[in-house]
Design a protein around this ligand. Sequence first.
Ligand code: GLY
Length: 578
Amino acid sequence: MPHRLIVALALCLVLAPVANGRGPVDTQAPIIDFGSRFLPVVARQGMVVGPERLASEIGLGILARGGNAVDAAVATGFALAVTYPRAGNLAGGGFMLVHLAEGNRQTLIDYRETAPRSADRDLFLNEAGELDNQRVYFSHQAAGVPGTVAGLVLAQTRYGSLPLAEVMAPAIALAENGLEVSFALNLEIAARAERLALNPEARKLFLTPAGAAPEVGTTWRQPELAWTLRQIAEHGHDGFYAGEVAARLVAEMKAGNGLITAEDLAGYRALEREPVRGSFQGVEVVSTPPPSSGGVHIIQMLNILEGYDLAAMGHNSAAYIHHLAEAMKLAYADRSEYLADPDFQPVPVARLVDKDYAARQRGLIDSTRATPSTEIAPGRVLLDESRDTTHYSVADRFGNVVSNTYTLNFSFGSHIAVPGTGMLLNNEMADFAANPGQPNAFGLVESETNKIEGGKRPLSSMSPTMLFRDGKPWLATGSPGGSLIITAVLQTVLNATAFDMNIASAAAEARVHHQWQPDKLVVEQGISPDTLRLLEGMGHTVDLAPRTLGRTQSIMLERGYLLGATDTRRPGGHVASY
Ligand code: GLY
């Protein structure tokens, strides 16, 4: 936490002077600067910061009952499948970064979906060799083999402390008994009602008989989802990947010309991987490795930017945003060329996160002029990714921390539900380069390295990330947003480090985004018009973002306190703490 921030609130808090995994409380040191426009939630024992209130509270209930951060993260993940159907899921995938107090180490659980075995490079091309976007986004073939249940069960089995059934019980009860429809839930379903109505099963699950989103304040029950959750609670991994749940999923695949078979499900495994590591201004950065591109490029951009005095430039000044954008272009150009599933394609991670490489890249940046993307690298461009994923962060009183991002890809995935299970199918196959070497429907050309291959994980941008100071966890964060994830997390990290902001300010300040192609600097509201004019004068094509950029859920750990911030960019987020 920023040093100038530590001013007043501790005087208002009644502090229990107990030691915990984060070290002793400093009863003398105030923890909140009331001079900041944005303040975090402060707590001592445990915290869950997520996109939806009921799920955060379920996670916190598990912490309060003696569970650890992994127990709470697994409980929250299953609860979001009930309370936050746009991105919470059972049939999607994601990445969980875990800091374990015991052994002071980190591990990354990769539960990204895989392509079904029968999928191949040209799966989504029609007879004329053109991309069929309807199939890429909204068909049964868009679904990758789900990873979420394998990932959550693996995390629970290896690192949780409570029985799986106990951790899942609150989510099951909520699905069975129903939840009160919030403003945010109503809004999220209403925004997708038209497409959800196209699939009879999704229509039945999410819409009223009149085809509308359930009214705010009414009770919404999901008995079929409760049944699926019970199969998992009773049988663990096999409760989803074998038996009746798997049979129903495979039957739906057959009915809808999908590709996932019983063998695909039986063969799916979540993997533990070594996180990718770097440093910025003496702070250790630990993040998500391939098959996500997130951690590699966050570290690459931090390395490039470490060579400048960013604080002297001033936060969100034209000079700062210019250097940020130039670093983003270089990183996203590399992303299109080098990043893919490392089990199928060698990924030069060490080179990409190397500080000497960053120094050479820094040499390509003109401090006064935007380099056109065409001069940075020819041809290849970024995948057009979804902006609908979700992130949550958890910290417990034992010193464990979890940062988890998971997704169905689009909001409500493919909008296709599996009869009798209450769950939606992901459309993660769209994260592959569905048409390598040729422009897709958006005029983008995609890389061969990320082509579709049976069993391969599609390239992701999900970036659960942690920072460590003096070997201790200091910040856990992450975001939804497809390609926007990487730059949202980058700016949160830079705000907290180079600009010494508290975590609420670090989350709230206006963000920018550049992904090399298209050659556009996208900015949120809140950057001054004169700054934008200066940037245009340097050669940037500036676009106001049609929506906000990312939605972080973060915890900062400082002096024995937990400081939480849910991003204010979308409704419904919640910091649950005690
Ligand atoms: N589906 C979004 C991502 O994995 O980056």
